[in-house]
Design a protein around this ligand. Structure first.
Ligand SMILES: [Zn+2]
Length: 117
């Protein structure tokens, strides 16, 4: 179980418990409190969904790194990395999955790899 899955399960459990509490509050006529609990349920649901997406991304990055380790040439993930998507391709983090030679020409990439650049 990854840290993302733990966070997802905790948020899901909290959302379910709070949804039950919101229903009970509404049943007893405490509508203001029920609405407030409903807002928190939506927030916890969003957190659970975000944790699920982060878990799926971590699995995809792990599989991509495994394929690279086996000398395969996997295509880059979409988005290539979280910095690349938020900077619109201007910056990338060290764990980026795009090919390194996309920054320059293939000759520059090969020169850098061979220590000429
Ligand atoms: Zn990137």
């Amino acid at each position: 179980m990854t840290r993302h899955q733990r966070r997802q399960h905790a948020a899901t459990a909290g959302a379910i418990a709070l949804a039950a509490a919101a229903i009970a509050l509404a049943w007893h006529g405490l509508y203001g409190e029920a609405v407030l609990a409903g807002v928190v349920v939506l927030s916890l649901t969003d957190a659970a969904l975000r944790a699920h997406r982060e878990h799926q991304r971590e699995l995809a990055e792990f599989d991509w790194a495994r394929q690279r380790g086996l000398a395969m040439d996997p295509p880059p993930l979409k988005p290539c990395c979280w910095i690349g998507s938020s900077s619109r391709g201007r910056a990338h983090n060290p764990r980026c999955t795009r090919p390194r030679y996309e920054d320059g020409t293939v000759d520059e990439f090969l020169a850098e790899r061979e220590g000429r650049g």
